[in-house]
Design a protein. Structure first.
Length: 435
């Protein structure tokens, strides 16, 4: 994790202190279940909760023990025993390290998901507000970066809203898929621990028992989780790239908020750069990169190996912390985005009516002209606009082949901007609901 791109609440999920506290809760909940089954004394389970629950785990002490044992879970259990005393012999009965490690990892991913879902809710709220604000703000749509036909800036934002709404649904599904618990012992056969212990721990932690865990929870679940984070990151980049293009000097239809005292360049005092959305583009690349090692973690040897472990120590914190930061940053960009309708109107009319070419083409075909001839007639007048700076309507009205098929009123009518926005309400109803 890089502190520059991290927010405290998400970072705390991945702290050593949080991890060891979750490890303790897994062990203590398992002791409760073992006590109910008569495997260990109920008083021992109570003591473990009282003494372990009140303990402040010393990360440095655990690290010191691990330097000798070369085993992180054993180091933790040894430190826990220092608090619990003789009853510590009942801790970890029939369990294996992966029961603790994998269940904890999934608890952390679930908690991270909840923060990310809250982030998405905030972003969706900002997008919805700005979309309705600019529902009727006409702007030029572009294909291949070239002027196409009119749309509205609100429709652009509605598109982003619908995309992130899909992202939210995917993340809910990924959260559910990764929210499993394994307390099944060596190679996952429950030979030394009753399956009811797993059921109890899972319920206590808000998880579901893993149907078949071998000695690890299957990593296809995690691959899906990190792939979902990668898709969310890609959607962040798509919107960030749109804003970056629209902020270019030659376009300047929108602009990131430029705060008082902010500097755009160490050399050029006039600069107002899209630094936030450029940053988001870079962060998205990083989050996507974590999906590949997560997929490669699926193929473990037999019932267990630890080739996935080092990978997850990186990607668990880094992917969730980075995405959390990116979603919050994008929400701020959308919330404060400067929108310039006058510039949109100027750009829309830059090529003097060319954006209405399709309407003229269709009108000619409906008037009896073949599509091939209609296309040729419209294109030859359009090229004069591109190459000579002519006015498209004037050229059409001067073209005898065009006026032979269409009256002047019919031609002029095809230059009505309202034609292109007549179904905006329908689009908004589909995205945001009839209300």
């Amino acid at each position: 994790m890089i502190p520059r791109y991290a927010r405290p609440e998400m970072v705390s999920i991945w702290s050593q202190e949080t991890k060891f506290r979750i490890w303790f809760e897994i062990e203590a909940h398992a002791c409760d279940a073992l006590a109910e089954l008569g495997v260990i004394p109920k008083e021992a389970a109570k003591t473990i909760w009282e003494k372990g629950g009140a303990a402040t785990f010393d990360v440095e002490r655990i690290d010191e023990i691990e330097r000798e044992t070369k085993h992180d879970v054993i180091a933790f259990l040894t430190h826990l025993a220092e608090f619990v005393g003789p009853d510590s012999r009942f801790i970890h009965q029939g369990m294996t390290s992966s029961d603790v490690l994998d269940t904890c990892f999934n608890v952390q991913l679930v908690r991270a998901s909840d923060l990310l879902l809250a982030d998405l809710d905030a972003l969706l709220a900002a997008l919805k507000r700005r979309a309705f604000e600019h529902k009727d703000t006409v702007t030029i749509g572009r294909s291949h970066g070239i002027h196409a036909e009119p749309t509205t800036f609100g429709v652009k934002l509605a598109l982003a809203y619908a995309e992130f709404d899909r992202c939210r649904k995917r993340l809910v599904a990924a959260r559910e898929e990764v929210a499993t618990c394994a307390i099944s012992g060596a190679v996952g056969t429950f030979a030394n621990i009753d399956p009811r212990v797993e059921e109890h721990v899972a319920a206590a932690l808000g998880l579901q028992p893993e149907p078949v865990s071998t000695q690890v929870i299957p990593r296809d679940r995690h691959a899906m989780y990190f792939a979902t984070l990668g898709v969310v990151a890609s959607s962040i980049e798509r919107l960030a790239t749109e804003i970056r293009h629209l902020q270019r000097t030659e376009v300047l239809e929108v602009e990131e908020y430029f705060s008082p005292g902010q500097k755009g360049s160490s050399a050029m005092p006039h600069k107002r750069n899209p630094v936030l959305t450029e940053n988001l583009t870079g962060l998205a690349r990083m989050v996507r990169a974590f999906a590949i090692p997560a997929m490669e973690n699926v193929a473990l040897w037999h019932e267990r190996d630890i080739s996935h472990s080092s990978v997850e120590r990186y990607i668990g914190p880094d992917a969730t912390v980075t995405l959390d930061f990116a979603l919050a940053r994008l929400t701020g960009v959308v919330d404060k985005l400067l929108v310039y309708p006058e510039r949109m109107d100027k750009n829309l009319n830059q090529f003097k009516g060319l954006v209405h070419s399709q309407r003229v083409l269709l009108a000619l075909t409906q008037a009896g002209v073949s599509r091939e001839d209609a296309y040729r007639l419209v294109q030859r007048n359009a090229m004069k606009v591109w190459e000579q700076g002519a006015d498209f309507l004037t050229e059409l009205l001067s073209d005898k082949d065009v006026t032979a098929a269409l009256s002047e009123d019919q031609i002029r009518e095809k230059f009505d901007l309202g034609y292109h926005t007549k179904h905006v309400d329908t689009i908004f109803a589909r995205v945001f609901g009839a209300a």
